[in-house]
Design a binder for this molecule. Structure first.
Ligand code: HEC
Length: 139
């Protein structure tokens, strides 16, 4: 009885050990992959940097409409580059952390935007932040 109990528990811990080593092993692989991919350089690949025309304008059109596209709710219109960047408190070129728009999509200023809709994804928020940090250019 005691013997079978021991065998069972050592089988269990053997299995646990295998799972743990597998987790560590795969984790190690991902780490390696990331290091190779970024090559220790954190600057953004220009090919991947979000642009107004490819990323930001389509996102605003999809998620901020109609309130800030055909209307100007809260005094804010995002339908053109000129309108979107006319107030440096809303979008501060080069400084996403100082941009009210970023606080609104993160929800650190309430109500969170898009008002009444699903929050933007982490990737969409990061794209907007990167575009602003890169100078909020008309690119
Ligand atoms: C359903 C309508 C609606 C949608 C969709 C919407 N907003 Fe708004 N937004 C408002 C209203 C209404 C206000 C003003 C009231 C307030 O400040 O709470 C506002 C205010 C804001 C402000 C603050 C403006 C200021 O002068 O301080 C920002 C920035 C903003 N929205 C960004 C966005 C962004 C970016 C999106 C899309 C990702 C979005 N909103 C989607 C309705 C909307």
């Amino acid at each position: 009885m005691l013997f079978t109990h021991l065998r069972k528990s050592s089988f269990k811990s053997g299995l646990l050990f295998m799972l743990l080593s597998f987790a560590l092993f795969t984790n190690g692989c991902f780490d390696l992959g990331e290091k190779v991919a970024t090559n220790g350089d954190n600057s953004m690949d220009p090919e991947e940097a979000p642009t107004w025309s490819n990323d930001i304008a389509p996102l605003f059109a999809e998620r901020c409409s109609p309130c800030h596209i055909s209307r100007s709710d809260g005094g804010l219109n995002l339908s053109t580059y000129e309108n979107a960047t006319s107030d440096e408190q809303i979008i501060d070129p080069g400084n996403a952390d100082n941009s009210v728009l970023v606080d609104r999509i993160k929800g650190t200023i309430t109500p969170r935007m898009p008002l009444g809709g699903d929050p933007l994804s982490a990737e969409q928020i990061q794209n907007i932040r990167d575009w602003i940090d890169n100078g909020a250019k008309d690119d």
